[in-house]
Design a protein around this ligand. Structure first.
Ligand SMILES: *Cc1c(COP(=O)(O)O)cnc(C)c1O
Length: 365
């Protein structure tokens, strides 16, 4: 059979899918822009600029069990997470990043044609995983301050609605959804995901509500606060029944051995990691103040480790390109509800200084 013949057999919705526009690695970009990879200031993927706990590097350097499969039941991992979250292990499921958990949740609930409520601008994996599963995305845009409209969510519900997806704090806007609004949305009675990837930066959580609300799911991650984005480890807090189903449908060895070791060591070193979180929060507030000084930028208050800003003069893409040519990476997305906005991850103080200097230069052009 010809290549075209094979291509015709691919599921039409997947053949038409544009893919997920992920941040480029500094190694890839270094070559393109002619700046050494170590010199690149990476403020485009909400990673922890202080890295992971040094205990993780040390433990992994001499770890003897990489040749054995991890425990499919995640017993140790779930117990460790029980210790960290205060939520029973039976209500916890871990994944290869919380991205995998979002995908598994949608697989569990969505069949082709089912409607998924999404509140853009928000985390693009919600759209991505919905479309891969042939769910129908129903967009309920956030208001001008990026708050979720509970009224509009309720109005968008149809007989086909299967699930409501929220991120709080939201990526890319940094907006927290008030607990009262989440309770209101839970009352609708459909499954509700509240993605708390940035929980450690906001300090606010609805996870304890999972006990009383059999429709609430709260994915979280070690990628952002714990500096483990490269190892891919996330977890979610789920009602017992849903947790059981997710355990049953997940790939058996979805969380690798290195990630387990990294979680173990990170949780011994929570004080250190939270000290980096504190530094990032302080720097976020300084960055916000600095960005506000530019009359052509409108930064929005953030409860996460990044700041969203509207570009009031010129195009967001142009700004992103100009910063990139100076070795500073930020994010911009050319998607509906994202027009002329940029997302800047909070870095170290010296990285903020370099960013501000570059923005001043660009503003004077
Ligand atoms: C970064 C991010 C994630 C993904 O985290 P991983 O654990 O690295 O897959 C999930 N949700 C939101 C809202 C994020 O911003």
């Amino acid at each position: 059979m010809s290549e075209e013949g094979i291509e015709k057999l691919i599921r039409p919705n997947l053949a038409a899918l544009g893919g997920y526009s992920a941040a480029k690695s500094p190694q890839t970009l270094a070559k393109k822009i002619g700046i050494a990879a170590e010199k690149i200031i990476k403020l485009d993927a909400n990673e922890n600029p202080y890295g992971c706990s040094p205990r993780v590097n040390k433990a992994l350097a001499s770890y003897p069990y990489l040749s054995t499969y991890p425990d499919a039941g995640q017993s140790e991992l779930r117990e460790l997470l029980e210790g960290y979250t205060g939520i029973d292990a039976e209500n916890i499921v871990a994944g290869s990043g919380s991205d995998e958990l979002i995908d598994l949740i949608l697989r569990l609930f969505i069949k082709p044609g089912d409607e998924v409520i999404n509140c853009p601008p928000t985390f693009d994996m919600f759209r991505f995983s919905t479309q891969i599963g042939e769910g129908t995305l129903v967009e309920v845009p956030r208001d001008e301050d990026f708050a979720v409209s509970v009224k509009a969510v309720k109005a968008a519900i149809t007989k086909k609605t299967k699930i409501i997806l929220l991120a709080s704090p939201n990526n890319p806007t940094g907006t927290l959804t008030p607990r009262q609004d989440i309770l209101e949305i839970l009352k609708i009675g459909l499954p509700v995901v509240v993605d708390e990837a940035y929980y450690e930066f906001s300090g606010e959580t609805v996870a304890p509500l999972v006990k009383q609300h059999p429709n609430l799911m709260v994915p979280r991650t070690f990628s952002k606060w714990a500096g483990l984005a490269g190892l891919r480890v996330g977890y979610g807090i789920f009602p017992t029944k849903i947790a059981r189903y997710l355990m049953a449908i997940k790939p058996p060895y979805n969380v690798n051995m290195a990630a387990l070791v990294a979680v173990r060591e990170s949780l011994v070193d929570v004080d250190y990691l939270m000290s980096t979180v504190k530094k990032i929060i302080a720097e976020r507030e300084r960055l916000f103040g600095e960005l506000k000084k530019f009359n052509w930028l409108k930064p929005f208050p953030s409860q996460a480790n990044f700041i969203f800003a509207s570009v009031l003069k010129g195009e967001a893409k142009e700004l992103q390109q100009k910063l990139q040519s100076k070795g500073i990476l930020i994010r911009y997305f050319d998607l509906p509800y994202w027009r002329d906005g940029v997302r800047i991850s909070v870095g170290k103080p010296e990285q903020t200084d370099a960013l501000i200097k570059a923005l001043q230069e660009i503003g004077e052009e």
